[in-house]
Design a protein around this ligand. Structure first.
Ligand code: PLP
Length: 1018
């Protein structure tokens, strides 16, 4: 039954509810008598009919529909007929006949029907709606529609209130009752558009019997698969325009979507796949879907007038009040183009004609700058998100700075003209008026020519002045002119060329309608600040449809609407003729994926599976993809002081420009760094070795231990990971006990991972219990006559699942190991440099001093580097005649990178910041254990946190798929985290140290939203 919004019942029921409702036992008795179905009965919410859910002993489920006594038999018969007709689609409930073979049974004077229950959740109650399910809804409506083409019934040829064909009439009647004046005005505007542009087309539209009410509570979906399982309710069937079915589905889908247009377009796409829409239908769809929503508002207003004070009505109007202004801001032609794009058609129908004509004219345009760009040397000017011409620091992208960098690039190329920017994703735009949370506009849809200020611009082809203005807002066009042109020949169409960032005098004496002859100088290039405060250039844009904007057409658009905008604004190079090799070139993500398949080993994994990220820039705690979309990096601990920290970048760059050599020469950088680093460690750890990676450092640590003890055997922790080399795989159960692992060699002995969450409080003193297990391994070794070289463990096991070691454990273990003659190696590769917030090194939290500390990852903010720091005694044992040399370890630039990373960590008090931000994260994450059954544990310290997901709080069955789902959904909302742990069910939060309190709130909010969307969550 039609709902005036997603969740209120019919505003206009032809029949009010009347007649006594049956008790549940009575309903059971009716089912048994009429259908021989013995079942328990449960009430279902319903308004017009009484619906009762029946569950038989064998688990079969039915709905018994007891018709409203005022219902006409003819209508019910029609509904039964349509159900029988649609049964082969598999999308609609099965009608069960009475034992006497009737579609309609009788209970006294009351009509009764029995139908099967379809699987799935209603779209309206489901928590996750992706475009996949929206597309499938379009398909399902299309399939139903196709089946209905061979169906008709006189009862459906009716003047039905909810028929979308009557929208104007219904809205006209009840609009005066809409109390919200602004909303009423909007609705009036929708109606006016509909009357002028859509109503005249309707008489020619295809007609037939339609379902008429694919609202979100009449559509069933499989939430996990994001597919449609059924369509219910045949109470609103009517002979009408067949396009109305998809329009109604789109309307309700749009209501629950953050981007209503994209959501509606997904429905159109699916529908077009199964039942192609005609061009006039595609043109009308947006208005029809808006009219359906307007009808809902008006009918609800009528209900409110009848039932004042009904809170339910008020609440249910929320989505409409939110969505209609969004839809009102969309130009209906833009929506039309978006729907065409969704159907795989050229978005602007005549754009191919414009581009084909322009291509034909190639070589005949007058040169815009007075010199032929096909022969003038042009330098590509790449201002994309990944270009070094742009600074990550907005204050460094002033017009003067950009001009300086561009001039340098031109000089390098021996060019006086720079060009680029069409379809380029840029970071340099920020519009304060744009609402936060919406997709930022990043795609530059014009082409920029960097020229000397005052350079004359010649009209490339005949035209007239269509519009001009001084768009003086900061970072707008400044002076801008739009010329109107026309293609020649049959099917001639108008199009436009736009020129922005001009000199102010370009507008003097100009008048709309003024002819501008091909080749005539009509404007000059402006400069900052009057050109919108940009670097010196002219922005050239072609436009096939101005969408009723007089002049100031968007030059930068959203990446999600890229294809539509490229059709609205084709490549300006069609009239400029710059050689392709002189324009910047971005490698498409698809090409990178293909090259990766061709040339990179398959097990060099990429995150986010089939939908990997193409990251082109990092700054502070943020990463940016090739669409210039920002992500909070809550995962990567290597960029310790923030991605591309300017002090580190400058220090390393400066050093690379002077010297980068190895440890065979005296270099102050090496010793100064060693002094600084050891000053941060306990006094006994005084000798450093530098390497090029964490793996190399752990390898060296093992050699040091062997040199010191003369023994080889080591004890490791289950699930540990210490590096990728052959020896380190041997000591890493995470690898050697994982897929294709060969197990531990005889010199490697495993001890249990001290995971107190999974130990479930079984031990009163887990620290000493787990330490005793290490003791047992030591005893076992001794019993076998083997000697212990060392014990190696991460101080907070990371791939083990972000584990915090129990109190007392490490001190106990170290004592046992030392008693057995071994040395204690702390792998601090993940946890060093203040990450835990409470301590600079994780081992400090356990009141122990290791014999060897291994550092890596964050040590040099991404410059390849590892370090081993040990005692003088161990170093002396190792200094046994064989030289130690690592070509890149301790190189000049690496030491500079390490020094500056350490200095910034201290200067910016990042340990303290990690503590505060970590506390904020924990205070947001811990309550999730109360809200979501699946969140079994939240643990960690500072910016080293884990959220463990389990399917069952008693068995602790891991929830790896759910964890992956959450990580994927968080990425969709701009937050990067990862999964880890032996069961891949721990969400790992561990980003760069500058993560802020606001970032922490966003991480928590995004994680919470993702958990809410988990299909079938408890
Ligand atoms: C704890 C630990 N040790 C060692 C390594 C190896 O470091 P690298 O990848 O720099 O060789 C890693 C890397 O992930 C690690 O997490």
């Amino acid at each position: 039954m039609t709902r005036s919004t997603g969740n209120i019942d019919s505003a206009h029921s032809l029949l009010g509810r009347s007649g006594a409702r049956l008790s549940l036992p009575e309903a059971s008795a009716v089912a048994e008598r009429l259908y021989h179905v013995r079942a328990m009965a449960f009430d279902l919410p319903s308004e017009r009919d009484q619906n009762v859910l029946l569950e038989s002993g064998s688990g079969e489920r039915f709905v018994l529909k007891l018709a409203n006594p005022a219902e006409r038999r003819e209508v019910l018969e029609a509904e039964c007929a349509v159900m029988l007709h649609l049964e082969p689609t598999g999308l609609t409930p099965r009608l069960i006949h009475t034992v006497e073979g009737s579609a309609i049974g009788m209970h006294g004077p009351q009509f009764v029907r029995l139908i099967s229950v379809l699987p799935g959740t209603t779209y309206g109650t489901a928590r996750l709606h992706t475009n996949a399910v929206r597309r499938d809804l379009g398909r399902a409506v299309g399939r139903l529609g196709r089946a209905l083409t061979s169906f008709d019934h006189p009862a459906f040829h009716r003047d039905f209130y909810w028929d979308l064909a009557n929208a104007e009439r219904v809205i006209g009647t009840y609009l005066p009752l809409v109390a919200d004046a602004a909303l009423a005005q909007r609705i009036a505007a929708f109606v006016a558009y509909h009357r002028a542009h859509v109503a005249p087309m309707l008489p020619d539209f295809r007609r037939g019997v339609i379902h008429g009410d694919a609202n979100d509570y009449n559509v069933l979906i499989d939430e996990a698969r994001q597919s449609v399982t059924g369509i219910l309710d045949f109470g609103d069937m009517v002979y009408s325009h067949i396009v109305n079915d998809v329009a109604i589905a789109m309307a309700y889908v749009a209501l629950s979507a953050a981007d209503p247009l994209a959501a509606a377009a997904a429905v159109v796409a699916g529908h077009h796949e199964t039942r192609p829409l005609t061009e006039p239908e595609l043109q009308a769809l947006f208005s029809l879907m808006c009219m359906r929503l307007c009808m809902s508002v008006c009918v609800a207003a009528k209900q409110t007038a009848e039932r004042p004070g009904d809170d339910y009505l008020r609440i249910s109007q929320g989505p409409l009040a939110r969505t209609l202004p969004i839809l009102a801001a969309i130009h209906p032609r833009f929506a039309h183009y978006t729907f065409r794009d969704a159907c795989g058609l050229p978005p602007v129908p005549y754009a191919p004609r414009v581009t084909a004509w322009l291509a034909e004219q190639s070589g005949r345009f007058a040169p815009l700058i007075g010199r032929d760009l096909r022969t003038t040397p042009v330098a590509p000017i790449d201002l994309s998100a990944g270009s070094a011409l742009v600074s990550s620091e907005p204050s460094e992208n002033t017009p003067a700075e950009l001009d300086r960098r561009i001039q340098r690039r031109l000089a390098e190329r021996g060019a006086t003209v720079g060009a680029g920017g069409y379809d380029e994703a840029r970071l340099i735009y920020a519009w304060p008026s744009e609402p936060t949370g919406t997709e930022p506009r990043t795609i530059h849809i014009g082409l920029d020519l960097s020229l000397a200020p005052g350079s004359p611009l010649h009209a490339p082809l005949d035209g007239v002045v269509h519009g001009f203005e001084n768009a003086a807002a900061h970072h707008d066009y400044g002076p801008v002119i739009v010329l109107r042109h026309r293609t020649e020949g049959p099917d001639s169409v108008e199009f436009y060329s736009l020129y922005g960032h001009l000199s102010c005098d370009s507008l003097e004496g100009l008048r709309v309608g003024q002819p501008i002859a091909k080749g005539a100088v009509f404007a000059r290039v402006g400069s900052a600040p009057s050109n919108g405060d940009w670097w010196t250039h002219v922005h050239v844009q072609l436009v096939t449809d101005l969408l009723d904007v007089p002049c100031n057409v968007d030059g930068v658009v959203r990446a999600s609407q890229r294809r539509v905008w490229k059709s609205l604004c084709p490549d300006p190079n069609l009239i400029l003729g710059i050689r392709m090799e002189e324009l910047p070139h971005q490698v498409p993500t698809s090409a990178i994926v293909a090259a990766r398949h061709a040339h990179i080993g398959g097990n060099v994994r990429v995150s986010y599976g089939a939908n990997p990220l193409n990251i082109v820039r990092g700054y502070k705690q943020y990463l940016y993809d090739d669409a210039a979309h920002r992500f909070i990096d809550a995962y990567n601990n290597v960029a310790h002081v923030g991605h591309c920290h300017p002090r580190v970048v400058r220090a390393v760059g400066d050093q690379l420009a002077v010297l980068n050599t190895n440890t065979r020469y005296l270099q102050e950088q090496l010793t100064a760094y060693a002094e600084q680093l050891t000053a941060m460690l306990p006094a006994s750890l005084s000798v450093c070795y530098f390497t090029a990676s964490g793996s190399e450092a752990n390898e060296l640590a093992l050699r040091l231990a062997r040199a010191r003890t003369g023994a080889r055997d080591v004890i490791v922790m289950d699930s540990a990971y210490h590096g990728h080399t052959t020896t380190l795989i041997d000591i890493s159960p995470y690898k050697h006990a994982g897929p294709d692992g060969e197990g531990a060699p005889d010199w490697v002995h495993r001890s249990p991972l001290p995971d107190i969450y999974r130990a479930r409080g079984a031990h009163a003193d887990p620290g000493s219990w787990f330490a005793s297990r290490v003791g047992e391994v030591i005893a076992d070794l001794a019993a076998k006559g083997r000697r212990l070289s060392g014990y190696i463990a991460e101080t907070c096991p990371s791939v083990g699942g972000q584990i915090m070691l129990p109190k007392g454990f490490l001190a106990d273990v170290y004592a046992r190991v030392r008693a057995a003659g071994g040395v204690c190696i702390a792998d601090e590769i993940q946890t060093g440099f203040g990450r835990l917030g409470t301590h600079f090194w994780a081992f400090e939290a356990h009141d122990v001093t290791p014999d060897i500390v291994v550092l890596g990852k964050p040590i040099a903010n991404g410059y390849p580097m590892g370090a081993v720091i040990t005692t003088r005694a161990i170093a002396e044992s190792f200094d046994n005649g064989m030289e130690f040399f690592s070509t890149f370890g301790g190189s000049t630039a690496a030491c500079v990178a390490g020094r500056m990373t350490l200095q910034v960590t201290l200067d910016e008090e990042l340990q303290r910041s990690a503590l505060l931000v970590g506390e904020r994260l924990l205070s947001g994450l811990k309550p999730l254990m109360g809200e979501f059954e699946i969140v079994g544990d939240v643990r960690g310290s500072g910016l080293f946190l884990g959220v463990e997901l389990v399917r069952d709080r008693h068995t602790l069955e891991p929830a790896p798929d759910e964890a992956t789902f959450v990580v994927d959904r968080m990425r969709q909302r701009g937050v990067l985290v990862g999964t880890d742990g032996p069961y891949h069910n721990v969400i790992k939060i561990r980003g760069p140290m500058p993560l802020s309190l606001a970032d922490a709130d966003q991480v928590v909010d995004t994680l919470t939203r993702a958990l809410r969307e988990l299909p079938g969550r408890r």
